[in-house]
Design a protein around this ligand. Sequence first.
Ligand SMILES: CC(C)(COP(=O)(O)OP(=O)(O)OC[C@H]1O[C@@H](n2cnc3c(N)ncnc32)[C@H](O)[C@@H]1OP(=O)(O)O)[C@@H](O)C(=O)NCCC(=O)NCCS
Length: 156
Amino acid sequence: MNGDIVVERLASAADLDGVLDIEAASFNNPTTREWYDGELQRPEVCFIYVMRTAAHPVAGFCAFWRVAEQIHINNLAIRPELRRQGLGSRLLQEVIAEAARLGADRATLEVRRSNVPAQKLYERAGFVQAGVRRNYYTQPVEDALVLVLKRDDSSA
Ligand SMILES: CC(C)(COP(=O)(O)OP(=O)(O)OC[C@H]1O[C@@H](n2cnc3c(N)ncnc32)[C@H](O)[C@@H]1OP(=O)(O)O)[C@@H](O)C(=O)NCCC(=O)NCCS
């Protein structure tokens, strides 16, 4: 399956519809179309990538901000029926590689304390916990774990 996968920047209104479908299927309070419309107006800051497979024009997506030498991952999700096949890991690897190409040597994100699948995904990619934001989320109220990935330059 991996041979058929492409990760590229969101390119069309149909891509945005695909992202919003996954948002709706993944989160209690999904990020809105208005947020995406606004962020698409500043492509030098907000980078939105879609993952395509042969069968799915939008199998997953990731949105991140580039701020100075770091990226902040706002959102990453895979279509529910395509999970546990390695797609999330592949998408995250592509995003980290893209961040490096953009000159970012650090990635940060917040994740719900109860979201063990996502925490495992990020841990496997080398993220470590850097802090906790108490009651950061609503619907339901929950702490956020702050995770950080620093590029390892020891082999450079
Ligand atoms: C988190 C998410 C992106 C993972 O995508 P995925 O395609 O299933 O991830 P992968 O198949 O690459 O799994 C990578 C690893 O993550 C962990 N993992 C993924 N889903 C898991 C689950 N339901 N339970 C436990 N661990 C899980 C496992 O360690 C897994 O490796 P393994 O399958 O070899 O055991 C997906 O579950 C998702 O879209 N969730 C909803 C949105 C979300 O919570 N996004 C994160 C917001 S910060």
